[in-house]
Design a protein. Structure first.
Length: 98
């Protein structure tokens, strides 16, 4: 039996982004980063009052979905919105809700 993928690349990308933003902490991080240039992981830990390991997991989800990018500035990591993919996410959800 021949196997094929019935889902479009757009559907797959939209689902990946939806999964990444499917937690209130990740939504908070995205909203925060969308309103400022960048933020350091230590600052996020202070604001969110969550364990560093938990924050790391949330940041990893957002990075895997390519919604944010991180840059190491020892001993901290600076996170910023990935502007290109942020715009793509907006477009994908606008298309979905038309």
């Amino acid at each position: 039996m021949k196997e094929f993928n019935i889902y479009s690349e757009q559907q797959i990308k939209t689902a990946r982004i939806a999964k990444a933003i499917g937690h209130p902490v990740r939504l908070y991080i995205l909203e925060l980063l969308s309103k400022q240039a960048c933020c350091y992981s230590g600052d996020l830990t202070d604001v969110l009052s969550i364990a560093k390991s938990t924050l790391s997991q949330h940041l990893k989800e957002l990075k895997d979905a390519e919604l944010i990018q991180g840059e190491i500035e020892a001993p901290k990591i600076k996170y910023c919105i990935n502007k290109e993919n942020w715009e793509l996410a907006k477009m994908l959800f606008t298309e979905l809700f038309k």
